[in-house]
Design a binder for this molecule. Structure first.
Ligand code: TXA
Ligand code: MG
Length: 372
């Protein structure tokens, strides 16, 4: 078992903790592993150029070896050192969104070992928007490969508390900070297919990306149509490039997660709150083909502030809007496990509000519920 050094740094006061970040940078440069905050989720980092260091990430997470890592950089020179070619479209996207929650996939140079990319010829790169993360990369002096800092298959980690609970004694150092501001992982975009193609949705939407690389409205509409065609042709060839990671079980808490509409949940919980009899729930579930004998005190419903009172003591609010739901989702899933909850109903938030960020959040919820 590793002896993990744990330190806390306040993001706004990061300059007071340069010595800690310096130590962390040395650990990375010498082949060790460091958990650190980013604006999306906490990352589990190691030297992206060192195959053995990359191997330590896979071991600490229990991650399948063919699932490639995102490489984090802090300046343009680092990017030039690791990728073959930077297209004008990629330059526009980087100027607009870096540092930020956007990961771009390029053809890699030989200095990035296959261990980092799961054997692929491409590499995913991101410049995170967190001063501690950026300073850590500068101190390390090498690009840092960093997946989300959770055990493989579990919800990503967005708070220091869960970073320590999950990763203590698995890594060399943990840098704690405030909760991640965005709460879901970066948008992953393939830059090797002609037009930027979103493989994993996130804070930066596909349409924002197309707008950024378009000269005017007509160009934007053309590019949207072209992209649609590209996606359809890939689908019919069954070769749509997907993030290899998308095929694995994801974001799963110990509890079962069921995704229902607000209307159905409201009716169900009216009955449950009236009768207080767990059989009311079990019979409804049986009608859906699900055998369950979960006691009522181990059941919760994820909802928003305005609908909380429909569910009595069962309701848990994830917030007021898509931004708040995204920020709170992974932490609340972990809170439920800590409380011993066995069944989580989650409202289908897309019925209530529609925007591209909420769609990205729902993508994570569907995976947690194993319906995608
Ligand atoms: O916000 C984030 O992106 C966080 C923070 C720590 O930066 N990192 C993160 O990493 O979410 P991870 O490993 O949990 O997810 C990386 C995703 C996976 O779905 C992986 O398959 C995909 O990116 N990916 C990485 N390299 C790729 C490549 N060369 N081609 C296609 N997909 C790739
Ligand atoms: Mg992950």
């Amino acid at each position: 078992m590793k002896q993990t050094i744990v330190n806390k740094i306040k993001e706004k006061e990061w300059q007071k903790s340069l010595d800690i970040i310096h130590t962390a940078g040395n650990i990375i440069r010498n082949g060790g592993t460091v958990v650190f905050p980013t604006e999306t989720v906490y990352g589990l980092g190691a030297n992206a150029l060192d195959p053995r260091a990359a191997g330590r990430i896979f071991k600490a997470k229990g991650r399948p070896l063919d699932n490639p890592l995102i490489v984090h950089i802090s300046n343009g020179k680092m990017l030039e050192d690791i990728v073959q070619d930077i297209s004008p479209q990629a330059s526009l996207l980087m100027a607009a969104y870096w540092p930020g929650p956007l990961t771009l996939i390029f053809y890699k140079k030989d200095c990035i070992p296959p261990e980092t990319t799961g054997g692929l010829e491409t590499v995913a790169v991101r410049m995170p928007n967190n001063p501690i993360a950026l300073q850590l990369i500068e101190e390390a002096g090498v690009p840092i490969a960093a997946p989300s800092a959770n055990i493989s298959g579990k919800p990503s980690i967005t708070s220091g508390k869960y970073a320590v609970e999950e990763m203590e004694n698995r890594v060399d150092m943990i840098i704690l900070s405030e909760d991640s501001t965005i709460g879901i992982e970066s948008t992953v975009v393939d830059m090797t297919t002609g037009l930027p193609l979103v493989l994993r949705p996130g804070k930066i939407s596909q349409s924002a990306i197309l707008r950024t690389i378009s000269t005017d409205e007509a160009d934007y509409l053309n590019k949207s149509a072209e992209l649609e065609e590209l996606i359809n042709s890939k689908k019919s060839n069954q070769s749509i490039p997907r993030s290899p990671g998308m095929k694995y079980r994801h974001y799963s808490p110990d509890a079962a997660v069921l995704l229902w509409s607000r209307e159905r949940l409201t009716l169900l919980f009216e009955d449950i709150l009236n009768s207080d009899d767990p059989k009311t729930l079990w019979e409804k579930l049986r009608a859906e083909g699900q055998e369950s004998s979960v006691p009522l005190h181990k059941v919760k419903v994820f909802t928003t502030d305005d609908a909380l009172d429909r569910y009595g003591e069962f309701g848990i609010s994830l917030g007021n809007n898509g931004e708040e739901i995204g920020k709170n989702l992974f932490k609340t899933l972990r809170d439920m496990d800590e409380m011993g909850i066995e069944l989580i109903f989650c409202e289908d938030f897309e019925q209530i509000e529609q925007n591209e960020f909420l769609a990205a959040v729902m993508n994570r919820i569907r995976k947690a519920a194993s319906v995608d």
